[in-house]
Design a binder for this molecule. Sequence first.
Ligand code: GDP
Ligand code: MN
Length: 389
Amino acid sequence: MKLHEYQASQLLAESGIPVPDSGVASSPTEARTIAERLGGAVVVKAQVHAGGRGKAGGVKLVDSPGEAEEAARLMLATNLVTHQTSSAGVPVERVMVAERTMIDRELYLAIVVDGEAGTPVVMGSQAGGVEIEEVASATPDKILRIVTDPIYGLWPYQARDLAIGLGLDTEQIRPATDLIINLFRVFKENDCSIAEINPLAVCKDGRLLAIDAKLNIDDDSLFRHPRIASLADPAQEDNLERKAHLAGLSYVKLDGGAVGCMVNGAGLAMATMDITRNAGANPANFLDVGGGAQTEKIATAFEIIVSDPDVKVVLVNIFGGILRCDIAAEGILQGAKRSGTSLPIVALLRGTNAVEGKQILQNTPLNISFLSDLSEIPSALDQATGGGS
Ligand code: GDP
Ligand code: MN
């Protein structure tokens, strides 16, 4: 789950990390009032679940409450398109109005769960700011990495090493070390998958300030963070992903694919995506209906897959176990009826009640072909789309 900047900034502040004074507004007049309180020179920032706002016109530095009101008016009720969003963008329903900072240098600081290291890694760079992605790809040596201990966490000496690596003045080393340790605490206590401050500003007066804040929370931990769970903003989610989320499905839309995948079990779903790719086609989504899915959930999953305009063929790969093939088949049939789809379906049903499942789907108006082995997937996909998947 993603948090908005204003929510993340509040959590950082509660953990002792210095952030600019700010407020959040959902109307231009509210933005003006906050700007008046902050003295007029403020930054108006679109609150969306995407980065890259600065380059996309979603961050405006202004000099007066009137200008803040105008900047907010231009941002609110529009969709902001950044390089991290789809071409439709994401709706701006709120703006954050923050005290404007005199920045000397922009640093980068982030903690992520690193799959390869198998533990959180703290990253820091002197080359922070809006170009950090280019820095990471063109000059990765400008990004320092500290691999933390999965049990103990971040040792104080590691935080200090990183602070020194950020090229700070002697008197800034201690506050920077504390800030890094505090960010690690925020990361750990809130079960974050990402905690990022970019830029971490070195102000003209020497203070360090978290100018931007990004926290992503592991969805599977939300049951123990009711306060954070209540900060969810479904309006920021893609429509299909929101529908999937509400139905309890693991669904991720993927760019550029035409094969809608309907699978039970995350491992089988990943393997099915690999098989699709090896067949020279591209999956349009990752979808795991889960072990104990019932008919209704399967029907919703099917509807979600076929309502993605990129999908040209549906690949069903169900291994009947806890989820029986006949239940899956019933769900597919209902989902197909409700959606009225005529897309070709390629289905591989094996395991418990595979025969019954096949019977349910046969002799229906569905445009379905059955396979009996994984190795048949490439030619079946090819045939179903006339080679265009
Ligand atoms: P992002 O583009 O979505 O990451 O939005 P940020 O909040 O990081 O803002 C983008 C850029 O705007 C920063 O890297 C800064 O260069 C600039 N910026 C944001 N707030 C301030 C501020 O208070 N003062 C100054 N001088 N620049 C700011
Ligand atoms: Mn930023």
